[in-house]
Design a protein around this ligand. Structure first.
Ligand SMILES: NC(=O)C1=CN([C@@H]2O[C@H](COP(=O)(O)OP(=O)(O)OC[C@H]3O[C@@H](n4cnc5c(N)ncnc54)[C@H](O)[C@@H]3O)[C@@H](O)[C@H]2O)[C@@H](O)CC1
Ligand SMILES: [K+]
Length: 487
């Protein structure tokens, strides 16, 4: 059993694969073994989280997730914890494993009650796991709300109930109440699921822990993976600015120069050898007094063939005119914001983007920009972030970093990554420009495009995670705090 942190590299399996893995493992073991292991893991965890608990409330659902709950309740009761179970569903419709665990809970002396205890020190959510099929309602929803709004920690078995373990979509928003305050922990069993780390998954799950139930040697292919720590950074003494590449930021239409400057500063701080800024506002100053290292050029005077171009940041409509040239000549390319909007609106540009297939190209859309590129809508993208990012990556032959809670980094062929660094403090204007600059620096340092993007996204989020509580997190400060990604 271990906690998932930003340093954890791990494979993620969808519901279908998890069921196959469970079936294979169950066949190789005596009956009921997996559920007993699951219950024991939950009970051990519960005792560590609330060793002082006078009452543990276990809410059990109608399937095997409920069975895990009965088993955990039995194990806790036997170890001297007063355990109160509330349950949904009829005895005779319970799956066989859950029926066996229900019997064991009754034999152990677990209290079965119609309503939750008024006082409890730990709540265990064993209502629904990977079999969640519709929005929780009635008593189930009431209990989930009550847990979320209580002060005792909530321990979700396998998945938070009602969460789609494949996508992180929530069937019922029982966490949206302002009063939701309980510490939340999820103990994922057998496999780690992608939905725990994307969309609503992170809020619903809280801290994620993992127990493999003693099942090793999984042969199924993961649907995604957690990247773990980026490789250590070390620069050779015998290197020079040319070793870390040139970045050209092209953007900053009238009134939006700041976006391009943020990207430029971020690229510089992330270790790019030289950073050129080509503003699309003819009246913009030709020097940034605070960043004299940035070299200002007219867009048409730059030779992009040896450069990593970061395009879009505050580009407005003006960037559209330059995109054919940029798409055809940039050595490596990061496309953000207005560049993505321009491409979404113009099939000719889409063709040029596809023609770059095989070159280093990274798209960094937020969900609305992704929706425009896909011709869908934000709701659709957010309902399945993994699928949307993969669809875009395949369609345009590029690396795609779909921003949001659990940024998804997808590649045309190969397993996508879900990034677990970052937090809601990044939800402020300009942080996306900073990310684009950081990706640009990593590409300029000649990292492979997937590795460059994963590393920059990880570091960008990690900066926010490490940011001191008392210092406001602004994009300018974030751009100034970038740690080198280039080696
Ligand atoms: N069978 C085993 O030995 C093991 C089972 N495991 C547990 O089993 C879970 C999967 O079990 P199941 O496949 O039975 O699925 P679940 O227990 O997640 O739920 C399925 C049941 O809930 C009902 N249901 C779905 N949505 C509902 C809603 N909104 N309101 C009311 N009822 C709803 C379904 O009709 C079905 O009866 C895993 O998440 C895990 O917790 C694991 O511990 C591994 C071992
Ligand atoms: K659950």
């Amino acid at each position: 059993m271990f906690r998932i942190t930003s340093a954890t590299a791990a494979d993620l399996f969808d519901i279908a694969a998890t069921r196959r893995i469970e079936e294979t493992a169950a066949k190789a073991l005596p009956p009921h073994t997996l559920m007993q292991r699951a219950g024991l893991a939950v009970a051990r965890f519960a005792m560590a989280v609330a060793p002082h608990a006078r009452v543990v409330w276990v809410a059990c659902g109608p399937g095997n997730n409920g069975g895990d709950g009965f088993e955990a309740a039995a194990q806790l009761q036997r170890r001297g914890f007063r355990t109160v179970a509330t349950r949904i569903g009829d005895d005779d419709r319970l799956p066989a494993d859950a029926q066996a665990s229900l019997r064991r809970a009754r034999e152990a002396g677990v209290t079965f009650a119609e309503a939750p205890p008024t006082q409890y020190e730990l709540a265990v959510d064993a209502l629904l796991g990977i079999g969640s099929a519709r929005a929780p309602s009635g008593a189930m929803l009431d209990w989930l709300r009550r847990m979320a709004e209580g002060t005792a920690p909530v321990l979700s078995i396998d998945t938070p109930s009602g969460l789609d373990a494949d996508t992180g979509a929530m069937a019922a928003n029982y966490l949206q109440a302002d009063s939701a305050q309980a510490r939340r922990i999820c103990l994922s069993l057998l496999t780690l699921k992608p939905g725990l780390f994307s969309a609503h998954g992170r809020d619903a799950a809280g801290e994620v822990w993992f127990d493999d139930l003693g099942v090793a040697g999984i042969v199924d292919s993961p649907v995604a993976r957690l990247p773990g720590l980026p490789a250590a950074t070390r620069r050779h003494h015998a290197s020079h600015k040319g070793s870390y590449g040139d970045v050209a930021v092209i953007g900053g239409a009238p009134g939006m120069a700041g976006a391009a400057l943020l990207a430029g500063s971020a690229a510089l701080n992330a270790g790019a050898g030289r950073v050129f800024v080509a503003l699309l506002d003819p009246g913009a100053p030709a020097l940034d007094q605070l960043r004299p290292e940035l070299m200002f050029r007219r867009p048409d005077t730059l030779d992009l063939s040896g450069m990593t171009v970061v395009s879009g940041c505050g580009g407005g409509a003006a960037v559209g005119e330059l995109l054919p040239h940029i798409l055809q000549t940039a050595d490596a390319l990061v496309l953000d914001a207005d560049a993505l909007n321009g491409i979404a609106a113009d099939p000719a540009l889409q063709k040029l983007l596809k023609a770059r297939s095989g070159l280093s190209t990274v798209l960094t859309p937020h969900p609305l920009e992704a929706a425009r590129l896909l011709g869908s809508n934000t709701g659709e993208v957010q309902r399945n972030r993994l699928a949307a990012a993969q669809d875009l990556a395949k369609r345009f032959g590029a690396i795609v970093a779909l921003k949001g809670s659990g940024t998804v980094i997808a590649q045309p062929d190969g397993t996508p990554v879900i990034n677990v660094t970052g937090n809601a403090r990044l939800a402020t204007a300009g942080t996306g420009d900073v990310l684009a600059g950081m990706v640009g620096a990593a590409l300029a340092a000649r990292l492979a495009p997937m590795a460059a993007t994963c590393e920059a996204v990880w570091r960008h989020g990690d900066l926010a995670d490490q940011w001191p509580e008392e210092i406001p997190l602004t994009a300018g400060a974030l751009a100034g705090g970038c740690l080198p990604v280039a080696r």
